[in-house]
Design a binder for this molecule. Structure first.
Ligand code: SF4
Ligand code: SF4
Ligand code: SF4
Ligand code: FES
Length: 1008
């Protein structure tokens, strides 16, 4: 892996069908004959022939622009010197890239650039990685005839408003690459070139700075910039990287590939990898910039134990912690039976780590009490898609969207939650594909730069199934179904039952309008568009699954795709946008209590025998406990020990009071994590975890793509997580050992038919593969169900709409729904420990102006939000993004306690919690009901907000390190100590909340 990739200058021409035949064109460049696809630029053909034509405004991630005039060539039989980046090859073309005339012209161009450029190369951050410097060398520039004293831009100032990169306008050559990257790759259109001629300058937003512009900090412009104009602050601080490690982002389910560019074991920058299958060289703010948490001072690097959760933690050796944990678990099992303990695996961890955790449970605990955090997000996807198609996974790869004509986006907000995929989708929409959004909230994609949805079905929370049935009703009753596909690919009797069901009047848009709130005409129009508009693709997110009818809705979408023949080729399919980086993988790896790896039921004798023979132990044939059952059994006194691997269930699971009650009922809670999270407050053993920069293994993204996660540094804890899990199994009496994590993947491959062809060697050779990867598909399977479904014929299932029990009432008249914001991630454990807090320092409650007015709620003020299970306090944001009757919040901050109010309603099939519908009331201020919430944590949250503001204000001034240190200290204080020690101190009366606030403000004021 090289630090700097060979840039071919312009993108490859896109075939109309993926991997389809392209006409070849033969050209001769500097005497070298080369055959290229029709539409290839002369510049790219030359680069492929080993001739790099000098260039500045061209790069192979952007369409050619032709502004710098450095890439001029001479072509036999043509007049002049055309730009090679904008000139396509034609048959028989003979090109010269290096002639005395071209040399003279290029030098002249470079003279103009250099005469208006600060010549501080030796101290410039881009020294060694600057294309302007390289091109000066390439054209043999030795002097500037006009001198350096003419009009110039050398005194222009720097924009340091973005926390992660700096814009130094004095170094800008106005090549437009940043503007084009923002438009073509990211699709945000935040940048423009203002002025004309000599006065042309890059500007963010309306002449403002980057931070206040629409910029989403994806960094595409920084990556595209050929000079030091746009530079990562880490490069300015540390200098150029010296080595690179190819790895995978550990945030969302897009699974972007990155080059971790390093100096020793220090990350200098993360650069998205242009050959990464999921991201093709793009990233979002989290993957590119928000990795600082990996070295945050809050990280716990040593194992700790304590007898009681009211005791102080005691740091111990790994041996002591493992022996302590094993002793506790064995004691529990001897007194309460084999089934009294279990584990929760993590969708944040590698496949290899997840595999050994479920093996620990099945082989060393001797039961099937293993569940995963996927339970609370995408378990209905597994159930629904498996039922319809025979496989618990999405049908397409991300590239498929480039061939979609109509995109039906349901319960997903890709620009915030899956930003890199959103950019790919936006590109296709700008090319002319149509978009239908089904969501209670007006997400950005409904109307954003150069994009406007053709349909926006703003439904009431909890009525997805009603909408999908009414879409199907229109398609079937108006004769728009794909009869050929249905006849050839689906079970006829099941289709007959389903089509009769959806045709019923009760499922018509007109009948469902009363439930959904969506005008029937809009539904009819959307249905017609989806059925007749060409390749129709369905993309969906947690706004589908996290409902009491989550599994029903997944089946409903599968029905719709089959009815319209939208499966088995490019541009179509049913595509879950997975929340966490390895949700797909953790499910694949057998993390559910009823399934062994590869989605095979534990009751299947042949499968169990295979595992038993390799593992040398019996496996139970009865499914184990799901997470909610573990909690209920703990409260009932029957479940006493839990290993929580890389999850913060006390914050992420619904009905926090219930979760905390369950956790505090147990005798031994083991937490393995990077930080002492909320769950660790109830733990007796803490094992330190490793960040993605230290892990060695694989993640599987939302498109079933298995990507390598390679260690950029050694584990800071001294041990890989899988080693700790194996040592715990050994201490419990079941031998488990591997020399390398590749051996775990070998075991996975040996036991799992869909992974049979997967090995680290194959991944190293091919970059990534999408399962199934086996003898039939040795290079993986980008698109599933091409000729037939995995289950044979596709299965239609009637999906009656059953309104959720969680209804708005007189007492709780509003419906709360939840989601994510771009800069933060999940419970925020990582992103809150990065500079991303500059964009989102607290969770807000979005409320419609009419609901706010009715309640006397004012923008920016605190409101009490109460449901039937709890209440909390958030700051209100009045917006028409939400419809009247609906409120919305994120759950990135523990202090917000969003899950204090979500109920334990759940999906009928999988128990996935109904996070997306909670009946609530909102009232201004802190009501009497929240008096008990006048807790130090809430007082301190205001303080942290203020501290963040001060920190932002002075971020550019390094002399104010003391302020920043104080802020960091307060955040730590707030996060951990206060919750336990300080709260106790307050309760004991030894300190008052006011004392704390006054002291903190005094310290901040002194420093500021
Ligand atoms: S960081 Fe991304 S969104 Fe911001 S200006 Fe650059 S390309 Fe545009
Ligand atoms: S900021 Fe960089 S990429 Fe943008 S126009 Fe200037 S030199 Fe080109
Ligand atoms: S889109 Fe997801 S995987 Fe890609 S960089 Fe952003 S957070 Fe990471
Ligand atoms: S690289 Fe071709 S005109 Fe700039």
């Amino acid at each position: 892996m090289t630090l700097i990739d060979h840039d071919l200058g312009t993108p490859a021409p896109k075939p109309s069908i993926r991997n389809g035949e392209q006409t070849a064109v033969e050209v001769t460049i500097d005497g070298v004959k080369i055959s290229v696809a029709e539409g290839t630029s002369v510049m790219r053909a030359a680069a492929l022939a080993g001739v790099d034509v000098p260039k500045l405004c061209a790069t192979d991630s952007l369409d050619p622009f032709g502004s710098c005039r450095l890439c001029l060539v001479e072509i036999d039989g043509r007049k002049g010197t055309p730009a090679s980046c904008t000139t396509p090859c034609t048959p028989g073309m003979t090109v010269s890239t290096q002639t005395p005339k071209l040399e003279r012209l290029r030098r002249g161009v470079m003279e103009l650039y250099i005469s208006d450029h600060p010549l501080d190369c030796l101290t410039c951050a881009a020294n060694g990685d600057c294309e302007l410097q390289d091109m000066s060398g390439a054209v043999g520039l030795r002097d500037v005839r006009y001198g350096y004293d003419g009009d110039n831009h050398l005194s222009l100032g720097k924009d340091t408003s973005n926390p992660y990169f700096t814009f130094d306008s004095s170094k800008c050559i106005v090549c437009n690459r940043c503007v084009r990257a923002c438009e073509e790759i990211q699709g945000t259109f935040a940048l423009t070139i203002e002025g004309r001629g000599f006065g042309s300058r890059v500007a963010a937003g309306f002449n403002g700075n980057f931070f206040d512009s629409p910029c989403v900090s994806c960094g595409a412009c920084v990556q595209a910039c050929p000079t030091a104009t746009l530079t990562e602050n880490t490069v300015i601080e540390l200098g150029q990287p010296r080595r690179t490690v190819l790895t995978t982002c550990a945030y969302c389910g897009v699974g972007c590939s990155f080059k971790a560019e390093m100096q020793g074991e220090t990350v200098v920058r993360m650069t998205p990898y242009k050959n990464g299958g999921a991201n093709e060289g793009h990233s979002c703010v989290k993957g590119r910039f928000a990795w600082g948490y990996a070295n945050h001072q809050d990280r716990q690097l040593e194992p700790m134990i304590r007898e009681s959760i009211t005791d102080e933690w005691k740091k111990v050796s790994f041996d002591e912690a493992i022996a302590f944990a094993a002793g506790k678990l064995q004691s529990i099992q001897s007194r309460h039976g084999k089934y009294s303990i279990g584990a929760i695996s993590s969708s944040r961890c590698t496949n290899e780590e997840v595999f050994v955790v479920q093996k620990l449970v099945r082989a060393a605990f001797g039961n099937n009490n293993i569940d995963t955090c996927a339970r609370v997000c995408h378990s209905p996807t597994g159930f629904g898609l498996s039922n319809a198609f025979g496989t618990s996974a999405g049908t397409q790869d991300f590239k498929s969207v480039e061939y979609s004509d109509v995109i039906l986006l349901i319960g997903a907000n890709p620009t915030d939650a899956h930003p890199v995929f959103a950019s790919r989708m936006k590109k296709r929409l700008r090319e002319g594909a149509k978009l239908i959004v089904v969501d209670p909230r007006k997400i950005d994609l409904v109307k954003t730069a150069h994009i406007e949805a053709s349909g926006f079905l703003q439904l009431q929370p909890g009525t997805n199934v009603a909408v999908i049935n009414s879409l199907a009703h229109v398609i079937v009753t108006e004769g728009l179904a794909d009869a050929k596909f249905i006849t050839e690919r689906c079970e006829p009797s099941e289709y007959a039952i389903w089509s009769e069901f959806v045709s019923r009047q009760e499922n018509s848009p007109e009948a469902m309008e009363a439930h959904t709130g969506v005008p029937a005409a809009q539904v009819r129009e959307a249905a017609r568009l989806f059925a007749t508009g060409g390749n129709g693709a369905i993309y969906y997110g947690l706004g589908v699954t996290e409902h009491s009818q989550g599994s029903t809705m997944v089946m409903g979408m599968a029905n719709l795709a089959m009815a319209t023949g939208n499966l088995g080729r490019d541009g179509v399919g049913v595509n879950p946008l997975r929340g966490q980086n390895n949700v797909q993988g953790s499910c694949d790896m057998g993390s559910f209590p009823h399934e062994l790896p590869g989605y095979r039921h534990v009751s299947d004798d042949a499968t169990r025998t295979m595992f038993e023979e390799l593992w040398g132990t019996a496996i139970q044939s009865e499914p184990g406990l799901r997470i909610p059952n573990m909690f209920d059994n703990a409260i009932d006194g029957n479940f006493k020990g839990l290993f929580v691997h890389g999850e913060d269930i006390a914050q992420s699971d619904p009905n926090t009071a219930h979760v905390e009650s369950a956790l505090s009922s147990m005798e031994c809670v083991i937490v393995q994590d990077l930080f002492l999270n909320e769950t660790a407050r109830f733990a007796h053993v803490f094992f330190p975890g490793t960040s993605f920069l230290e892990k060695d293994g694989t993640f599987t993204n939302a498109e079933r793509r298995i990507n390598r996660v390679r260690p950029a540094m050694r584990p800071q804890t001294g041990k890989h997580e899988w080693e700790i899990v194996c040592e715990l199994a050994n201490a419990l009496g079941h031998p488990m050992s591997y020399n390398e994590s590749s051996e775990i993947m070998d075991e996975i491959a040996a036991l799992t038919p869909t992974f049979k062809g997967v090995s680290f060697a194959r991944l190293d050779a091919e970059g990534s593969v999408q399962w199934p990867c086996n003898d039939a598909n040795p290079h993986g399977t980008p698109i599933m169900h091409k000729e037939k479904f995995v289950r044979g014929l596709g299965k239609f299932t009637p999906t009656p709409y059953v309104p959720t029990e969680e209804k708005s009432t007189r007492k709780f008249p509003l419906l709360l729904t939840t989601g994510r914001i771009l800069s933060q991630y999940n419970v925020g454990a990582q992103t809150r420990r990065t500079k991303n807090v500059a964009w989102h320092a607290e969770d807000l409650l979005e409320i419609h102006p009419s609901d706010a007015l009715e309640r006397g709620v004012r923008d920016g003020e605190e409101v009490t939000i109460a449901s039937r299970v709890g209440n909390t306090v958030l700051r209100a944001q009045i917006t028409e993004r939400v419809a009247p009757g609906v409120v919305y919040t994120t759950f990135h901050y523990p202090i917000s306690g969003a899950n204090v109010i979500t109920t334990d309603n759940s999906d009928w099939a999988t128990n996935c919690p109904e996070y997306k519908v909670t009946a609530v009331q909102v009232s201004p201020g802190r009501s009497a009901a929240t008096a008990e919430l006048d807790h130090p944590a809430h007082r301190l949250s205001a303080l942290v907000r203020m501290a963040n503001q001060i920190s932002r204000q002075f971020a550019a001034d390094s002399s104010l390190d003391a302020v920043k240190a104080t802020v960091a200290h307060l955040e730590r204080f707030w996060e951990h100590e206060m919750r336990v020690d300080l709260a106790q101190a307050v309760e004991a009366g030894s300190i008052t909340v006011d004392d704390i606030v006054v002291e903190a403000v005094r310290r901040l004021t002194v420093h500021a």
